[in-house]
Design a protein around this ligand. Structure first.
Ligand code: ACO
Length: 425
């Protein structure tokens, strides 16, 4: 730790304050601003572009260089050599498992591979066609009722039990949302299939007939879960941390993360990508949409392009693109009209001056939407699948926060409303 002197100026006066600079193992060091209120001011940073909200040892991103590390391991290596469940173990525990630890972890997740009967009853309250994200958010919130009595957030063993339950049950809830949305009967989870095969079977199988799942599609699904597993302090993870900082029930905290993820500026972008491709409809309309995306007067944005942190390329998008090509080849869909629009759009945006200058590259949502559409997943389910993969990241951050000294999150504000005034009469 070192100290640096900062001069803060206000009209007509100048204040000096010496603030500690805390070092990071990678990336920028941070100025500890806890003493700033002594100057009579707060700091102001809407959108948190310059503010680290916590300390974390889970994930590191270098947006300029396109680097994403989980516990130090590059995402490309994890996607190539690891699998989703092993990456879950890594995120939670900080180290890769030994073969026996991996086997034990997989057995523990399988032991939780079921949901209470009450979930079906709960689902029956939703109309067919209700948005799957609305259903998922409510189902996970409802888990806080089911498991409230057995969840003491100050107990490390209870926290680990919560983590295992969530990793195991999220794909079941996600697939139930899909079946309810499409008006089909639920398919029970199977202990004989891998995590991703089990999910695809619950999505595309029938109660009396297992789905025919190709290894290429099962691998692609696993890669989708893995690439979404964590992404440090994004909007939904920060929401989970903030909710958890009050000591709230963890299932309710995860439901708050799901709500934050739903928006089109965050996880909802993968559904928005497909809707945009459908709206474009034909390659001959692409130029018109590119012009709209560049027009300051038009609120339209090219969905699946740009990222708050990655200003070079999104390393997840690179892996997802490779997976996308494999899936399209496996399914013989290289000539699908919507996918052709996507490829052309990608090419134009990568060459167009506006997108190049603003560093707007295709992000992970651009390719994940295309893969999921090719697999036959409806766009309304895309963000649900993102949430299923991201749950381990959310709950790892929640657990990291609760395992260390923490305070309730309570940002300050710059007040711009009325000064004090009297009630009339
Ligand atoms: N299409 C057209 N122009 C864009 C786009 C886009 N997709 N994204 C950003 N821009 C422009 C903005 O208009 C702005 O232009 P200006 O400097 O002339 O005003 C500039 O690029 C910077 O944009 P900001 O909104 O300031 O960037 P920010 O970091 O706040 O937003 C975001 C990032 C939300 C991802 C944005 O790029 C976007 O809306 N993209 C489309 C939605 C999307 O794909 N979201 C998924 C994100 S990835 C994820 O959550 C997994």
């Amino acid at each position: 730790m070192s100290n640096k002197k900062y001069h803060l100026s206000e009209e007509g006066s100048e204040t000096s304050i010496e603030l500690p600079v805390l070092s990071s193992t990678l990336g920028q060091d941070v100025i500890d601003i806890a003493r700033v209120p002594e100057t009579g001011c707060f700091t102001f940073d809407p959108g948190f572009g310059a503010t680290a909200s916590c300390e974390s040892a889970i994930t590191f991103i270098d947006g300029g260089k396109g680097v994403l590390l989980h516990r130090g391991y590059p995402i490309e290596q994890l996607a190539d050599k690891s699998d989703f469940l092993e990456t879950c173990y890594l995120l939670i525990n900080g180290e890769l498992p030994s073969p026996s630890e991996k086997e034990a972890f997989e057995s523990t997740i399988k032991a939780h591979n079921h949901v209470e009967n009450s979930v079906e009853q709960f689902m029956s309250g939703f109309s067919q066609g209700a948005h799957p994200m609305a259903m998922l958010c409510s189902l996970v919130a409802a888990m806080s009722a089911t498991y409230h009595e057995t969840t003491d957030v100050s107990n490390a063993d209870d926290r680990i039990l919560t983590i295992h339950r969530l990793i195991a049950k999220m794909p079941i809830l996600a697939a139930m949302c899909h079946k309810h949305f499409t008006g089909q009967p639920y398919v029970a989870p199977s202990d004989d299939l891998s995590y991703s095969e089990n999910f695809l079977n619950m999505m595309f199988g029938a109660p009396d007939k297992e789905a025919d799942i190709s290894p290429v599609l099962a691998k692609a699904m696993d890669v989708i879960f893995l690439l979404h597993a964590d992404h440090e302090q994004n909007a939904s993870t920060s929401t989970v941390r903030l909710s958890g900082s009050s000591g709230a029930n963890p299932y309710a905290c995860i439901a708050s993360g799901i709500a934050a993820l739903w928006g089109p500026a965050h996880g909802g972008a993968n559904q928005a990508v497909l809707e945009m491709l459908e709206e474009i409809g034909d390659e001959k309309h692409i130029d018109e949409f590119i012009l709209r995306a560049k027009d300051k007067e038009d609120s339209f944005r090219l969905m699946g392009f740009g990222h708050r942190v990655y200003k070079n390329f999104d390393p997840r998008a690179k892996v997802m693109k490779e997976s996308c090509d494999e899936v399209l080849k496996e399914l013989g869909l290289e000539n699908d009209p919507l996918l052709k629009i996507a490829k052309r759009l990608e090419q134009i945006a990568l060459e167009d001056e506006y997108f190049v200058e603003k560093k707007l590259y295709p992000n992970v949502d651009f390719y994940s939407g295309i893969i999921m559409k090719a697999i036959g997943i409806s766009p309304e389910m895309f963000t649900v699948i993102f949430a299923t993969g991201r749950t381990v990241g959310w709950i790892s951050h929640w657990n990291e926060m609760l395992s260390n000294p923490y305070r309730i999150g309570r940002p300050r504000q710059r007040y711009t409303g009325y000064t004090k005034r009297d009630y009339p009469g």
